[in-house]
Write a protein that binds this ligand. Sequence first.
Ligand SMILES: C[S@@+](CC[C@H](N)C(=O)[O-])C[C@H]1O[C@@H](n2cnc3c(N)ncnc32)[C@H](O)[C@@H]1O
Length: 436
Amino acid sequence: MKIKITIASLIYNSKVYADSIYDTLFKNTPELHTGEAEFFFIANDASEEVINHLIKQKYKFYINDNPSKSETELLEMGYAYPEYIHRVYKGWNKVFEYAEGDIVVLLNSDMIVSKKWLDNILKNLTTDRIVTSRLVESPSSVHHARWAGAIPYNLGDNPINFDEDKFKLLSKLYSLPEFIPGGAFMPCAVYKDVAISAGLYPEGNLSAGSWMDILRYGDEDFFYNRLSKKGVNHITAMDSIVYHFGEGESREVYKKTDFINKFINFRKYKSYLELGTNEKETFNKIKCNFKTSVDLNFDSDYKMSTDEFFKINTDKFDIIFIDANHTEAFLTRDIYNSLNCLNDGGVIICHDVNPPNEYSQIDENFLYQTAWKSFVKFRLSSNFLTYSLPYDCGLGIIDKKYQAEKACFELPVDLEFSDLDRNRELFLGFKHNIIL
Ligand SMILES: C[S@@+](CC[C@H](N)C(=O)[O-])C[C@H]1O[C@@H](n2cnc3c(N)ncnc32)[C@H](O)[C@@H]1O
């Protein structure tokens, strides 16, 4: 079948967003399965890590490395600050060069689409229209309320804590079979020839004479204006609902609470144990039917040491977050004791296993301490799936749901921080997301 529609996203440095946009598109866009549509990434000045990930995942992509331009050169081209705008819009313009379809659909990687998002755009598309989706955005998002038809709702600020069930409900509830003028600028669909003849995206902010003096913002506003001058009107399809995280790849901060809640939500876990709850900052954010807290010094269900707790405990748990004493000997005991009261299919998460520097892992400094040594050694001895996430100080995962080959590397007898620093990926088994 001939490709009629090209869908594309830019990607820079986030494997999480690459997977997230790919998954949501392939789940909700039947045209990608019939061969009517293609999807590709423009790896726009992308990191080597992301490019390797795209290759590994067999995602279709084109590399666009933008030659660096000085402020003077950009000013000579008629553009003002900031420099990155130039590279962003060069990336989007590349899509039109590679697109096989007559229709081009652009969307940001920090978006989640709903069922029929594309059909409902396409049914409104003509050669004198550029059609956009109706965005759901958190009221705290920088963009919120800027767009006609926007729905203010917080469903999460990244793909890890995204509330998919609520989004499905919301997109049914708000779907209106009509369109309104104006709206957000992405996702958008336009006929390729129409966009090309309008001059595509300007490749920067328009300068009023100096580098710091912007005459017109060269963002989508400008592109839509170019189209409008050609008689192409901007409309929003009120039944093409798309969630926008808003912060995108520029702010990748994934928190332990997001991962813990994702495990609980996805695996339908019922019981949560936290060792070392302190003032319950994490504990209070965990959504689980039965929660148990243990802390030696703070108000909790069991105000005692974890060793004492394990002596008297008779309960079993689905998920255990270990964040008490972070020295190697203590964490090792906490891990083995936790395994004894972990249900089959359960998971253990150890905090602070990725110390950034030598100082932070010295036990006497009471920061990350030597938790990493315990986790790394455990990986060598365990047949359960073990890996870690390089977020939120390092989260070491021990997953009883999956059997795996023991991690395979050698450790020196006197294991030191410099060994970890040279072999972080290998010792800690980094993954960029949890395995559900
Ligand atoms: C880093 S704080 C925990 C932070 C908390 N998990 C959170 O995310 O907000 C560590 C806590 O572990 C407690 N703790 C330290 N050693 C302990 C032990 N052996 N048994 C139980 N609790 C311990 C401390 O009192 C402290 O409150």
